[in-house]
Write a protein that binds this ligand. Structure first.
Ligand code: NAD
Length: 335
């Protein structure tokens, strides 16, 4: 029954568990692949009506052409971001594209603040020390978030929740967005300003815009030179919002006080993989891992029970709707 077959790329054990247990999954035939979708692997989707993708699968035009030629009709992204899919190409090939626009913005917002707290209060270093019976506090000084200025770039679902959490700490929150939500800002005593003013005034900068041509390298050598000296940066959005070479220079010069990343410019093929026992071929990532004031997690901000359940529910429902000729869930269609 080709209409019910789903080729799932870049599958991890938790994807398999949550997708197969989703309510609408009963009538679907899952074909799980651990490798990612590229033009080289696309032909493995032959016989499937749907391919299910994650953030580092590549759905560029050549790949989509191969998928379409093998009868695929739906690209179901099990994530919110869709910068890895050539939407005009999908449209011209008659491929539908759906995503999960909001699975748990709380998961990502909470992780971004967890990263900042860990980095600032050096919890990761303290944990290591205490396990070695080193109870010294030297080098573990942090700062209060209360009273600091936090700049939120992008006040969509995740940015707004992150801003509200920082308001709970008693921080002053500045925000920038191309479509400001003034009534939300008034309710939470948050001040919209220009991105330039936000960058120059914030002690902590938290990135929550999607990756688009005009947000690529939002933080580059020019914009990082205009940061308040010692500012902390948190990026749980997309790696390519930050130019890594410029970030390393700003860390070396002391312009930046600390960086917490859940995403990285060149994360593809590294993040989500167990590379222990190997060596890193990415010199810039190796260098970043050596800074004591850099904290990196491997694109795990979404990884909560609630988020995985919702991703699986929306994805399986949309795929079964394709099979049953029903419309996709509201707000999930991109083509
Ligand atoms: P959203 O669409 O609700 O909000 C994005 C906001 O950015 C909107 O308010 C929009 O107006 C604003 N924006 C877009 N382009 C802009 C620009 N050029 N300048 C200023 N503002 C601009 O998205 P969201 O759900 O809050 O998610 C934000 C991003 O978080 C996603 O695009 C995705 O890349 C990332 N994300 C990461 C993870 C993770 O696990 N690390 C999980 C989910 C989402």
């Amino acid at each position: 029954m080709p209409d019910h077959t789903v080729a799932v790329f870049d599958t991890k054990p938790y994807d398999r568990e949550y997708l197969t247990h989703a309510q609408a999954a009963d009538q679907l035939i899952w074909r799980f692949h651990e490798f990612r979708l590229t033009a080289e692997t696309a032909a493995t989707a032959a016989g499937a009506s749907t391919v299910c993708l994650f953030v580092n699968d590549q759905a560029d035009r050549p790949t989509l052409e191969i998928l379409a030629s093998h009868g695929v009709r739906l690209i179901a992204l099990r994530c919110a971001g869709f910068n890895n899919v050539d939407l005009p190409a999908a449209k011209s090939l008659g491929l539908s594209v759906v995503r999960v626009p909001a699975y748990s913005p709380h998961a990502v917002a909470e992780h971004s603040v967890a990263l900042l707290l860990t980095l600032n209060r050096k919890i990761h270093r303290a944990w290591n020390r205490v396990r070695e019976l080193n109870f010294s506090l030297t080098g573990l000084v942090g700062f209060d978030i209360h009273g600091k200025t936090v700049g939120i770039i992008g006040t969509g679902k995740i940015g707004r929740l992150t801003a509200q959490i920082y308001r709970g700490f008693g921080a002053n929150v500045l925000a920038s967005d191309q479509s400001p939500d003034h009534s939300w800002a008034t309710t939470h005593q948050i001040t919209y300003t220009s991105t330039d003013h936000l960058l120059a005034s914030s002690d902590i900068i938290s990135l929550h815009v999607p990756l688009l041509p005009d947000t690529r390298f939002l933080l580059n050598s020019d914009s990082m030179n205009r940061l308040k000296k010692g500012a902390f940066i948190v990026n749980t959005s997309r790696g390519k919002l930050i130019e890594t070479t410029a970030l390393i220079a700003a860390l070396k010069s002391g312009r930046i006080g600390g960086v917490a990343l859940d995403v990285y410019e060149e994360e593809e093929g590294v993040f989500f993989e167990d590379l222990s026992g190997q060596f890193l071929l990415d010199d810039e990532l190796s260098l970043l891992l050596n800074f004591p004031n850099v904290l990196i997690t491997s694109h795990q901000a979404f990884l909560t029970h609630e988020a995985l359940s919702e991703i699986a529910r929306v994805t399986a429902t949309n795929i079964s709707h394709l099979a049953n000729h029903q419309p996709f869930l509201d707000g999930t269609s991109l083509t």
